[in-house]
Write a protein that binds this ligand. Sequence first.
Ligand SMILES: [Zn+2]
Length: 429
Amino acid sequence: METERPETGAEFPEETARPEGTPDTAGLSPAEEESPKKNTARDPDRRPHKKRPNGNKRRRAARRKAADRTMAAVNAVLLLLTGIALALCGWAGYRYVSFSPETYDSRVAELTAETDRVREDIRALEESLEEENERLRSDLALSGEEGKRAAEELSAAKAENETLLEENAALKERAEFLSDIRNNTTALREEYAGKIRRLEDKIVAGESDVKICYWSFDDGPGLMTSAILDFCEENGVYVTFFTSREANETGKGDVDEPALLRRETMLGNSVQNHTNSHQYSRIAGNLYTQGIDSFREQVRLQDEWILENTGFKPDIFRFPGGSAWAYNLIPKEELLGALDALGYKHVDWACDVMDNLHSNPDAGIVYTRATWQIKQIDPPIAIILSHDWNINTYYGFMRAVPAIRDMGYIFLPLFSQSWAIDNTVIRFS
Ligand SMILES: [Zn+2]
């Protein structure tokens, strides 16, 4: 603006020389500018003795003063505008860096809504996680129960298996024990039979006063077998049973034949073979009238039955009807050959109490025949024939035993090693 001045500074040395910031006379009021007293003292142009400028000069001065006032006004306006601009800039800046309450509330509302959404998402996620956790816990618990059940079942199976193994071991031990028992018992019986044989040899040689009675019961087990065993057990009497599974003698009774076979054996008696069928009839029997093969089969069947039920193989055979009867129907060589092939010796009897169906004696007769026959022949070793299906025989036997003992006899079981096997002949029949 100052550059718009048309006049040069040479005409206004005081103006151009005035330093910035010093008071500008252009700002003075027109009254002050027009005061003649004041201007007289300082303005040399107004000194009275000085020649007044001409009219052009006064006009230029007037224009200069008007210009000065205009410039002053413009400067004032510019200053005002500058202030206003600065104020506007400050206000705008403030507005720019600050929030209005509305903006703040809106922003808070947005943030609150966002926070609520985040919280909702978190809550949903937590619920989802909780559900998943619960499901996993349930699965784990279920797995645990199943595992527990499986473990219990496994434990029970193991316990059962152990029990079965223990039972199996016990059974094996028992089987071995029984096998040993059989072997040992067979050996003991051999030893026992050998001792009896040595006693027999002494008796036959006259070196002992002891006499032996081999009382035998044929055709059983029968109706009186159990009672006879009771008596024998109570009185230390040992006898010999020539058994026949199908002997059809009257009085056989409904008895447990295998159990009786075992008891006969267990009590130390001798259990031997008297054929399976016992059919020795000359007309219809299968022992002697149907050939040697039939006879052999009937011996074999009885042999098998005794071994199965007692554990001992029998080795003494008694012919149903006696050997003499058999030899009349089948040659003796064939019969003895068949018996030998099956591991048998045979024996008859020395005394017969004749307690058969035809005579059917009472107990007194049985007793009398037993004791009288022994007394008559007075053998050092006697074999007596009777039948354990006959009740009269049972009572006669109980009476005869003490009487025969009084004659110096002891009652022993008959084994195949016995001297009597090869030296007994039928004396009474
Ligand atoms: Zn018989």
